[in-house]
Design a protein around this ligand. Structure first.
Ligand SMILES: *[C@@H]1O[C@H](CO)[C@@H](O)[C@H](O)[C@H]1NC(C)=O
Ligand SMILES: *[C@@H]1O[C@H](CO)[C@@H](O)[C@H](O)[C@H]1NC(C)=O
Ligand SMILES: *[C@@H]1O[C@H](CO)[C@@H](O)[C@H](O)[C@H]1NC(C)=O
Ligand SMILES: *[C@@H]1O[C@H](CO)[C@@H](O)[C@H](O)[C@H]1NC(C)=O
Ligand SMILES: *[C@@H]1O[C@H](CO)[C@@H](O)[C@H](O)[C@H]1NC(C)=O
Ligand SMILES: *[C@@H]1O[C@H](CO)[C@@H](O)[C@H](O)[C@H]1NC(C)=O
Ligand SMILES: *[C@@H]1O[C@H](CO)[C@@H](O)[C@H](O)[C@H]1NC(C)=O
Ligand SMILES: *[C@@H]1O[C@H](CO)[C@@H](O)[C@H](O)[C@H]1NC(C)=O
Ligand SMILES: *[C@@H]1O[C@H](CO)[C@@H](O)[C@H](O)[C@H]1NC(C)=O
Ligand SMILES: *[C@@H]1O[C@H](CO)[C@@H](O)[C@H](O)[C@H]1NC(C)=O
Ligand SMILES: *[C@@H]1O[C@H](CO)[C@@H](O)[C@H](O)[C@H]1NC(C)=O
Ligand SMILES: CC(=O)N[C@H]1CO[C@H](CO)[C@@H](O)[C@@H]1O
Length: 837
């Protein structure tokens, strides 16, 4: 049903990013450069709201068609003050035993993420006060220098997974651009590859195309520089914002079990783990129910500043049919929490309080608690293979809600309420975090780790490979017929298909046994690597809290074993009463990690355990190593960093060519207006004549506002933006529309809405190559020009010309920059005023 927009131009606009970089002054680069201008001010990010594929379900048709919730980066910088504040670095180099630090230590944390730079009158006074407050604070703490060796930077992002390329760019950007004030300079070198962790919440409704390995780019039509730049920019801005909110805080850690929010989606695999091991976790069962939460309270004012928690559940409440950008259940939980602490009157995105619901060992954990059912019969599926009559596509897990949207609300709200309980619980469950901040980081060449087994034998991990069941998908997002989970035998036909890429050697087949190799991804290098062979791991210490950053999805039991192994190392060195959490999907992506026993079942998670059945053992061995290094204050050995393949990336996603509009119409004008009046709980729908949102992603801004007319000053005041749960921005455009597009805005009027006059507005940016001509026609009314230049006929001619331009490198060189330059113009429109009673 769904057609990938621009499928025709896909073929023609094939280009390499590298050529874009070498010809800096030519046109598609100029395109990205001018976008960067918009990014600069802002730090809330969303990937392109249109046409880009979502990461997660790997469905070619699941492309972004608008925004339900903006994606966010939430950054926390936690560190100790430089011992010696006279900036003499040499003085501070002396290593100190950890225990001595306990009482002296002070920790600083900056929150982030949440301010939108917008021109708004309504909250001006409020903002002025905030601004003054902020300036005071900056003044107060601007002289604080953090010790880079005792600082960790943790960023939770609403995205599918972390990316090593993004980490590299974020660190580069932080070092390049921090040349302003003294405070900016002390940000330089503070967050680096070894103490920065960017962990994704694993929402399956965020744009793809930002990973540098070919496998992840198949359904997203290659690499998408727009998405990559937006994510990078958002994270950099979040870290910078965190840095500017420096403040002494008290950190508390609390934990508690949360039931009825998750189920195991491979319960038969879990049962293969030894019984005595499973009995140890009888209170929690086959998924981790424990939420571990850090809360940050300003030391001076005692105000709550933020929270950061980990609870294991997949971001798959929104299903594979969803086409609106969304933070899924974690994003909704963050939204509710930030709204609770910042107050309803604070616009979403503003406000000091930051709540991050981060991901952990969620590998086999689904939020679809009703469980898998056959879509045709309604009966449970075959439990071993997750099929109905042999077809995996019919076996789909259902959430607790009526719709996937409703399920997201239920699962998100339960996490939020539990987090609030943990935070407000003033009994002894709250433990004050004391102790030093420290970290160790290591790149590990996971494709060939030598492993010393307990029985004294030596073995090794294998080059990355995906098994048949990988193509079977999961019950949260089934794969393709004829594949199904639990396949442990291979078929010549599929071996031949997979063999086009790389034929596994006998040794590789033996190494991966019993996984039948479908894709020998570790050896595929055309056009560039398909999966990482080198992965980053790190351990962060914040007092007695330890964060284990892994670039993968650990299953429940795999996570428990890793935490236990690290705990044993800590206890052997007399570090007791620790809280250990796994930060999942951090800093790169290498699929799943199961236990050796689960590996034998070859369900999806096992087929996606890239480096063979000893993958978990390798992780544990490497974490034991860096944990020991951390405790003994010795440096950690590291393999070479993963390659930077940016220059080789292929992108098949065409740029936005033109925005057109029918003759006589104006961009931003209303196509379908609001009714005269509504009641609460009704939905207002307004449609605007609009443009492709990829022209300007409005990072930190909004595509829509819901305004109320104030009875006091007679001015319109914004109350909701496109980040709010009650609003939806849908983009209607693409292939069949010849460049014409509409912005459909829906506002589901919340119950607590007061009686009054409201309106809905839309801001967009249109794209025209002939900006020069347009400017020379300045004396003609704008709508006339835009409708003239926006007419189909003219645009088809221009589109052909532009396509030719795009195709021909030499032509591109020959044309002047002016002609080739994309030209952007903002537009704005509002609905009629309507009454809400
Ligand atoms: C941090 O540690 C590194 C390596 O141990 C050392 O070279 C550097 O001087 C230290 N920096 C500070 C500010 O102590
Ligand atoms: C950093 O300095 C360079 C050159 O002095 C300047 O071009 C650039 O704009 C500065 N960046 C910031 C963020 O101030
Ligand atoms: C989980 O939900 C079921 C009903 O859906 C209820 O009977 C049960 O008590 C709940 N368990 C917990 C621990 O809340
Ligand atoms: C804030 O909004 C929530 C729902 O979004 C509502 O339940 C609550 O009553 C509101 N609080 C106030 C003070 O209006
Ligand atoms: C997703 O959920 C919606 C309702 O929320 C349902 O109509 C649709 O069939 C579901 N799609 C899939 C692929 O499960
Ligand atoms: C794996 O590492 C060992 C040494 O640790 C080395 O001898 C061997 O050649 C490596 N294998 C591959 C395929 O790189
Ligand atoms: C360890 O090596 C011995 C001798 O090669 C072999 O018999 C035994 O099966 C190995 N054990 C494991 C667990 O592989
Ligand atoms: C493959 O799985 C089947 C059950 O699904 C099992 O009987 C068989 O032993 C397995 N084969 C291997 C090689 O593990
Ligand atoms: C660890 O916690 C227990 C109680 O939970 C307490 O009795 C013990 O003293 C603590 N140990 C340390 C070293 O703090
Ligand atoms: C709000 O509307 C929905 C359907 O759109 C309905 O199911 C629900 O009961 C309504 N709630 C109230 C409080 O009227
Ligand atoms: C929308 O555009 C108008 C007119 O250019 C501008 O005044 C307003 O600030 C913009 N609003 C947002 C939220 O960007
Ligand atoms: C890998 C890396 O970035 N290492 C750096 C860690 O931090 C120390 C101190 O700032 C640097 O010297 C290392 O280069």
């Amino acid at each position: 049903m769904e057609v990938t927009p621009f499928c025709l131009s896909v073929v023609v606009s094939f280009h390499r990013i590298s050529s874009a970089l070498t010809s800096r002054h030519h046109y598609h680069v100029t395109h990205t450069l001018s976008l960067a201008l918009f990014f600069f001010l802002l730090h809330i990010r969303t990937g392109p709201a249109a046409q880009i594929n979502f990461m997660g379900y790997a469905r070619a048709g699941q492309t972004a068609h608008g925004i339900h919730q903006r994606l966010r980066a939430r950054a926390f910088i936690i560190g100790q003050r430089m011992e010696n504040t006279n900036h003499d670095v040499k003085e501070t180099m002396k290593a100190e035993p950890i225990e001595m630090e306990e009482q002296k230590y002070k920790s600083y944390y900056w929150d982030t993420a949440a301010l939108i730079q917008r021109h708004r009158n309504d909250l001006r006074n409020h903002n002025d006060m905030q601004h003054q407050h902020q300036q005071q604070r900056t003044k107060q703490y601007s002289d604080v220098l953090l010790d880079p060796n005792k600082t960790v930077c943790f960023v939770s992002i609403d995205a599918g997974m972390g990316s090593d390329l993004i980490n590299m760019r974020v660190v580069q950007r932080l070092n390049e651009e921090t040349n302003g004030t003294t405070t900016e300079r002390s940000l330089q070198g503070l967050c680096r590859i070894d103490n920065l962790s960017i962990s994704a919440t694993h929402t399956h409704s965020a744009p793809a195309g930002f990973l540098q390995y070919a496998l992840f780019q198949i359904t997203s039509l290659g690499f998408s520089d727009e998405v990559f730049q937006a994510y990078t920019e958002g994270i950099v801005q979040a870290i910078r914002k965190a840095f500017h909110n420096i403040e002494p805080v008290e950190i508390n850690v609390a934990q508690g079990l949360l039931f009825n929010v998750s189920i195991n989606r491979s319960p038969t695999s879990y049962l293969l783990n030894p019984e005595e091991e499973r009995l140890e976790y009888a209170a929690q069962g086959d998924t981790d129910k424990n939420m571990v939460q850090l809360t940050f309270t300003a030391s001076q004012s005692g105000e709550k500043r933020g929270l950061l928690n980990w609870f294991a559940v997949h971001g798959t409440s929104m299903n594979a049919s969803n086409q609106l950008i969304s933070g899924d259940n974690k994003g909704y939980a963050s939204y509710l929490s930030e709204r609770y602490f910042n107050g309803n009157e604070t616009l979403t995105g503003d406000g000091r309080f930051v709540a991050a619901f981060a991901s952990t060992n969620l590998g086999d954990v689904s939020p679809n608690t009703v469980g898998p059912r056959c879509t045709d019969t309604g009966l449970p599926c075959d439990i071993v293979t997750s099929t109905c009559g042999g077809d995996c596509m019919k076996c789909v897990a259902q959430g607790p809600g009526r719709t996937d949207h409703h399920s997201t609300e239920i699962i998100g709200r339960k996490q939020y309420e539990h987090s609030l309980q943990l935070l407000q619980d003033t009994n002894k469950e709250q433990v004050k975090v004391v102790g030093p901040v420290a970290f160790r980081h290591s790149f590990v060449e996971m494709s060939n780790v030598t492993i010393w087994l307990k029985d004294g034998n030596i073995t090794h991990t294998c080059p990355a490979a995906l098994g048949y069941s990988f193509a079977g998908g999961t019950t949260d997002g089934p794969g393709d017929f004829p594949f199904h989970q639990g396949t442990n035998t291979s078929y010549p036909f599929w071996n031949m298909m997979g063999g086009f890429l790389s034929i596994p050697t006998a040794e590789e087949i033996y190494c991966q046994f019993p996984k039948p190799i479908l894709l020998n991804v570790g050896k595929c290098v055309v056009p560039y690597s398909w999966d990482p062979n080198t992965i980053p791991i790190s351990i962060f210490r914040i007092g007695h809290v330890f964060i284990l950053n892994v670039p993968s999805e650990f299953t429940t039991m795999a996570g428990r074993r890793l935490r236990k192994a690290v705990q044993n190392v800590l206890e052997s060195q007399n570090v007791m009463n620790t809280s250990i959490v796994i930060a999942g999907l951090a800093n790169s992506y290498s699929h799943y990690v199961t236990t050796e026993q689960e590996y034998a079942s070859q369900r999806y998670e096992a087929a996606s355990t890239l480096y063979g059945k000893h993958t978990l053992t390798a992780y544990i061995q490497e974490f034991e190593r860096i944990t020991t290094d951390l405790l003994q204050n010795s440096p950690s050995e590291s393999a070479a960093s993963p390659p930077d393949l940016y220059d080789q990336q292929i992108s098949l996603v065409p740029p936005v060519l033109l925005d057109t509009i029918g003759l006589g119409y104006r961009f931003g004008s209303v196509a379908i207006d609001a009714k005269d009046q509504y009641r609460t709980n009704e939905t207002v729908g307004v449609s605007f004549r609009s443009s492709n949102p990829r022209n300007n992603q409005r990072i930190g801004g909004t595509f829509l506002t819901v305004d109320i007319l104030s009875g006091i000053d007679g001015e319109w005041h914004t109350i909701y933006v496109d980040s709010d749960w009650c609003t939806q921005y849908r983009w209607k455009g693409g292939d069949g529309y010849l460049g014409v597009s509409f912005a459909e805005i829906h506002w589901n009027i919340p119950k607590e809405t007061t009686t009054g006059l409201y309106r809905i507005c839309h801001n967009g940016t249109r794209n025209t190559i002939i900006g020069v001509i347009e400017m020379s026609l300045d004396h003609i009314p704008g709508w006339m020009v835009s409708s003239l230049l926006g007419s189909y006929a003219i645009n088809i001619v221009l589109q052909i010309a532009r396509m030719a331009l795009y195709l021909s490198h030499s032509l591109r060189r020959a044309t002047t920059e002016k002609l080739a330059h994309f030209h952007y113009k903002d537009f704005h429109g509002c609905s009629r005023a309507f009454l809400v009673r």
